[in-house]
Design a protein around this ligand. Sequence first.
Ligand code: TXA
Ligand code: MG
Length: 345
Amino acid sequence: MITRVLKPDEAALSEAAALIREGLLVGLPTETVYGLGANALNPDAVRAIFEAKGRPGDNPLIVHIADRAALAPLIRTEPSPAALALMDAFWPGPLTLIFPRSEKVPLRTTGGLDTVAVRMPSHPVARRLIELSGLPIAAPSGNRSGRPSPTTANHMLEDMSGRIPLIIDGGDCEVGVESTVVDMSGDVPRILRPGGVTQEMIRAVCGDCIVDPAVMRPLGENEQARSPGMKYRHYAPAGQLTIFRGESAAVAAEICATYDQALADGRRPLILALEENLHLYGQRTLESLGSSAQDMAHVVFAVLRDADHLCADVILSEGVETEGIGLAVMNRLGRAAAFHIVEVE
Ligand code: TXA
Ligand code: MG
């Protein structure tokens, strides 16, 4: 199969919508990352998503809708007042809410769970495609399972070339990390995956919001994952990534020493650092993470892909404070590093 990449004009979107209605897969831009979309209500179409990604069948998909009316048929009970308040505040946008699943949503879509994750993206191309197809679209991130999520059409082509008929190229994704996934089944909203809508933003609407402890550490041996995605290795470049946290000069000194040792051992080290710290690393091989947590969110997956293109086998990254969107950045970097995080004194 040849994978075509088309600009998002009306003709391309009509063609994409027709493919979705036929049960085929389409790569589509969203404001967070590129998604691999298919008809969420068609179990065979959804099965094809899992096959194209190489994704374990128990890891559920997010269902994307373009208007509020499309929510009711997907869920079993009325949304709670807190869920309604979050939808009012953050839809359309990078927020995914988990609801009890209606019979209409195939178990294949929800990885066998009795809940369904729903989000209303703000990206105009994603919205138009959902409208034209007239269907809810199931879309995981468009990477091969375990790889960094795609934030450009080219990233998606790297992973999906020959596996899907069409990718719609909507340019660079604005947010750069995936949506915030929130479990609304308890008294207090619980973040299962941090993203563009932060804990602080949810608190401002709901009064309280907790972050699941498994967000910033590996699952324990017998621990049950509240979100199946927590179980799997994620976002990983081919090289071994380590994150260093602490005061900038001390972190830079530690990274430089580790880098020099790796080089002496015949390895190919690469440093990931904030723009304002680049000068601390002299002539060593570097990539910039930008100058804020927001910038880091925007570039983190592209930088991890670059590390592979450079054949780096030892990747040494600065960390960031886990406030605001910094929590999402550290969650992605942490998982990519299998939580190999060094606290520098
Ligand atoms: O920004 C995004 O959310 C992107 C774009 C394409 O919309 N999509 C995305 O999907 O990141 P995916 O499949 O890569 O990640 C979905 C995450 C997984 O960690 C999955 O385990 C969790 O959401 N999830 C989905 N349904 C769930 C459910 N019913 N209960 C708990 N976790 C769920
Ligand atoms: Mg993903």
